[in-house]
Design a protein. Structure first.
Length: 202
C-alpha cells in the first residue's frame, strides 16, 4: 500500500512543478499567487533532506522583495522526514495537503492552528510516534478526498491511545466528527494555555 501511495504522490506532486519555487529561512515554498505560497519539499519529494527536528512554519515568507502569506502545507512537503519530532502550523494556513507529513515516524507532537479547514488524505499517515495532537480549530477540519478510499488523515496510527486537545466549546463537535472521534481522549485546551497564546502570535 505504501508503494501504491508513493506512485500516486508522484502524479499529484508533478502538478506543482509550474509554480515558482524559493527558499526562506531553511524551508522551501511554491508560489500560489502574487501574495500566497505553500510549503513544499526541499529536493525530490521522495528523498527529503530537511534536517530540522522541530519545525515552526512561519505565517509569511519573503522572496524577490515580496511577502507571501503561507496558506497551505503542500503535498508530500515533509514526506518520510524521519528526523522531525514536533511541528507548529501558523494561523494563516487553511489546508494541510495530501501526504504532507506521511511517514514522519518520529513526529511526536502536532499543533494545528484555528485556521485549518481541510486536512488531506494521509497527511499524517504512519506518524507512529505521535503522543499528542492539539487542534485549535473551532470546527473540526474535514478530511480531503481519500486516495484509494483508504488513506484517512491519520492512516496507520493508533489514535485510540493519543490525546487530542481542542477548544472547550468544540469538544462535542470533535467527538462526533469523522476521523477525530476515533481519538481515545478528546480534552479541552484552555484559552490561556501557552499553545493558544503561541498561535495568536503567528
Amino acid at each position: 500500500m505504501k508503494k501504491t501511495f508513493s506512485l500516486l504522490l508522484v502524479l499529484f506532486c508533478s502538478l506543482t512543478l509550474l509554480a515558482e519555487r524559493f527558499e526562506y529561512n531553511g524551508i522551501y515554498y511554491n508560489t500560489l499567487s502574487d501574495s500566497t505560497a505553500e510549503v513544499t519539499f526541499q529536493t525530490e519529494w521522495s528523498s527529503p533532506s530537511y534536517n530540522h527536528t522541530s519545525v515552526i512554519i512561519p505565517s509569511t515568507a519573503e522572496y524577490n522583495g515580496k511577502i507571501y502569506s503561507i496558506v497551505r502545507i503542500g503535498q508530500a512537503a515533509f514526506y518520510e522526514y524521519t528526523s522531525l519530532t514536533s511541528l507548529s502550523i501558523p494561523k494563516t494556513v487553511t489546508t494541510i495537503d495530501i501526504g504532507a507529513f506521511f511517514g514522519c515516524t518520529n513526529l511526536s507532537e502536532v499543533l494545528i492552528t484555528h485556521s485549518v479547514q481541510t486536512i488531506g488524505s494521509a497527511a499524517f499517515a504512519y506518524c507512529t510516534s505521535l503522543k499528542e495532537v492539539t487542534c485549535l480549530a473551532p470546527i473540526p477540519p474535514t478530511c480531503g478526498e481519500l486516495v484509494l478510499n483508504d488513506y484517512e488523515m491519520f492512516y496507520g496510527v493508533d489514535v485510540s491511545n493519543i490525546p487530542l486537545y481542542v477548544p472547550t466549546e468544540s469538544i462535542e463537535l470533535y467527538k462526533n466528527a469523522d476521523h477525530w472521534k476515533d481519538f481515545g481522549q478528546i480534552l479541552p485546551i484552555e484559552p490561556t494555555s501557552y499553545k493558544s497564546q503561541w498561535c495568536d502570535t503567528w
